[in-house]
Ligand binder design. Structure first.
Ligand SMILES: [Zn+2]
Length: 305
């Protein structure tokens, strides 16, 4: 119903990684975001395969009584509210004295603790919305390379080897979703927060960033243009010039939302020797010109500010 968007923060790190490199802290943050996102995509594939009547809400942040909490997925199905905490852990883990460890013996945050908190907060939130249905909360481990030894016998965990059977079972007696669940989905969409309140943006500066257009495949920068095609000298990938230029403009707009898009700026940003009219062609095709002559700048076509 709502295809999962790549998180803003992950896109930002991807761009910076290519154009200025990441510090070791930023790099571990980036890897964590990437792994989390890949895990959520793996989980979405199971949801997409459901054949019964359902609604699925993804990557939700809520605030309740001044406390923030996140839910990876809420599935409304069988007139039940299922909430999932999706984990893309890889390797051998084990529980000991109700604590979770990765082998050989490093303690990690226990997703069951996280689940307990977000489940309690979601329940309170739903109560405020006068929605008193039962919530079924699970931690789902999606990575096939994940092993959990000495797993606690809780019904709160779904292991990779159980995922198929779990979803098969959920669909055994399909029921039509009551209209009240459609209202609930709309309500949840309307109160969710735009993004995580905990994002700490990396600091970056235009001058630090390498200029040019990175190849979509290997991320090395295009060096030359042949006719109307960019050809990557490293991996051989070909891309239409207008598509590569458009990508670079969108990246510039994402990284510097307060900057006006002008032909000069784009030309400096893409760092390829191109006649100005080629750049203007792309801008005129996908953007709207505002102002005239020297003061001309461009805004996106669906953006009328
Ligand atoms: Zn390449």
């Amino acid at each position: 119903m709502h295809p999962r968007k790549k998180p803003y923060e992950l896109i930002l790190y991807e761009y910076l990684r290519i154009r200025r490199g990441l510090s070791s802290d930023e790099n571990s943050k980036y890897r964590k975001l990437k792994k989390g996102y890949e895990g959520e995509l793996l989980f979405d594939a199971y949801i997409d395969n459901l054949s019964c009547d359902y609604l699925s809400l993804t990557d939700l942040w809520f605030s309740h009584n001044n406390r923030f909490f996140q839910v990876d997925n809420i599935l409304l199905m069988n007139n039940t509210i299922y909430m999932y905490e999706v984990k893309n852990f890889l390797g051998n883990y084990y529980y000991e004295n109700e604590k979770l460890f990765i082998e050989p013996n490093q303690e990690v945050d226990d997703p069951l603790t996280q689940l307990k908190r977000s489940e309690a907060l979601l329940r309170q939130l739903l109560k405020n919305l006068e929605f008193l249905n039962h919530v079924q909360a699970k931690v789902v481990f999606v990575n096939p390379e994940f092993t959990l030894l000495q797993a606690p016998r809780t019904s709160k965990i779904v292991l990779p080897s159980q995922l198929n059977r779990y979803f098969h079972k959920l669909q055994q007696a399909p029921t039509r979703l009551d209209i009240s669940f459609h209202h609930l989905a709309e309500k949840l969409q309307s109160i969710r927060l735009e993004k995580s309140p905990y994002i700490q943006y990396p600091i970056y500066d235009y001058n630090q960033l390498k200029k040019g257009i990175p190849c979509r495949s290997c991320h090395k920068f295009f060096e030359t243009v042949e006719g109307r095609t960019c050809i990557c000298h490293y991996c051989g990938m070909r891309e239409a010039l207008h598509s590569a230029v458009l990508r670079a403009i969108e990246e510039f707009a994402f990284l510097f939302p307060d900057q006006r898009i002008t032909t000069d700026r784009v030309s400096h940003w893409i760092h390829l020797s191109l006649p100005e009219k080629r750049i203007r062609y792309v801008l005129n095709k996908y953007y709207i010109q505002k102002g005239k002559n020297k003061g001309a700048y461009y805004v996106k076509k669906n953006n009328y500010t």
